[in-house]
Design a protein around this ligand. Structure first.
Ligand code: NDP
Length: 294
């Protein structure tokens, strides 16, 4: 079986790495905050490395799942690039930006290391259940080689195009997510003020053409319950939406809604802070309106 190194045991990285260990791949993990890696190794069949370079040394596939592509570059500069061996592949599951991913792929190619950008969708629950959607950019042969590792945590695996294509699809998906959260929030606050409960409104919307993942899952499970679990940081959705807006600008596509999604995420992030969950953005709408979604 291929030897795997996993770098970045955050909210989604942890359950993804857990699936890789459970599938039987010999696994070494590294995380910037070391306690997370040692705790992981204590609970699962994995070894904790003291540096990213040590984790990558001897691995056939190095999986990264960090906040941004710039973090991936930083970790490469800090030693990962020295540790990763010729003939191996970096599978980057960060929701990254296409331009930085292309630069990373070039640097790795100079060392005969392949690169596949493979951001995921489906949330922490999807990672735990191994049902993530994985959108991949890179060479088809490289993707074929890392596919068994992806299959440990992914269900729908789509080759989107060359390096950066996975990042681009992910960013646009996220802009749509931000728009549906915000739009559904506005609708439910306005309806609450006009006397219709959110539960009744969602019963109708979810059997009508305005439904979305936000209305069908996020609002019933997280907003109506006021649970707002912290599974995916608003700061990361802000990062994603800004990547989407940048892609539209680079391609000279007039995209006012995508830009608005980015601006609203930035505004909500400034208001709610770095640790807030993405769904908590609706609290900003509620504050503006002076009414709660219930
Ligand atoms: P978290 O904020 O929970 O974790 C981020 C991880 O990256 C941590 O392991 C952190 O280390 C590490 N990290 C960040 N910056 C650096 C750096 N400069 N050097 C070394 N390590 C660094 O994020 P998530 O796990 O939620 O997200 C990871 C990626 O997956 C993001 O790109 C996100 O957009 C994407 N994603 C997340 C989903 C989710 O539901 N959470 C769903 C789909 C995609 P440390 O522990 O030391 O802080």
């Amino acid at each position: 079986m291929q030897k795997v190194a996993f770098v970045g045991l955050g909210s989604i990285g942890r359950p993804m790495a857990r699936r890789i260990a459970a599938a039987g791949f010999p696994l070494t993990v590294w995380n910037r905050t070391r306690e997370r890696a040692t705790a992981f190794a204590g609970e699962h069949k994995a070894r904790a490395a003291t540096t990213a370079a040590e984790a990558a040394s001897g691995a056939d596939v190095v999986v990264t799942c960090l906040s941004t592509s710039l973090d991936v570059s930083d970790v490469l500069d800090a030693g990962l690039l020295d540790g990763i061996g010729a003939g191996s592949i970096l599978l980057d599951c960060t929701s990254g930006d296409p331009a930085t991913s292309r630069q990373i792929a070039e640097r790795l190619a100079a060392k005969q290391v392949g690169f596949v950008d493979a951001p995921v969708s489906g949330g922490v629950r999807g990672a735990e259940e191994g049902t993530l959607t994985v959108m991949c950019g890179g060479d088809a042969k490289d993707l074929d080689r890392v596919r068994p590792v992806i299959e440990a945590f992914g269900k729908k695996i789509v080759h989107c195009g060359p390096v950066g294509a996975g990042d681009a699809v992910k960013a646009m998906n996220q802009a749509l997510l931000a728009l549906t959260i915000w739009g559904t929030g506005e609708a439910l606050v306005a309806l609450a003020k006009s006397g219709v409960s959110a539960q009744v409104a969602l019963e109708v919307i979810n059997a009508s053409s305005g439904r979305s993942n936000a209305s069908m899952n996020l609002f019933p499970e997280r907003v109506l319950t006021r649970a707002f679990p912290r599974t995916f940081r608003l700061a990361l959705l802000d990062k994603d939406a800004r990547i989407a807006a940048q892609i539209a600008r680079d391609e000279r596509v007039p995209a006012p809604l995508t830009q608005l999604a980015a601006d609203l995420c930035t505004l909500a992030r400034q208001e709610l802070g770095e640790d807030a969950d993405h769904v908590e953005a609706v609290k900003v709408i509620e504050k503006w309106a002076g009414a709660e979604i219930r």
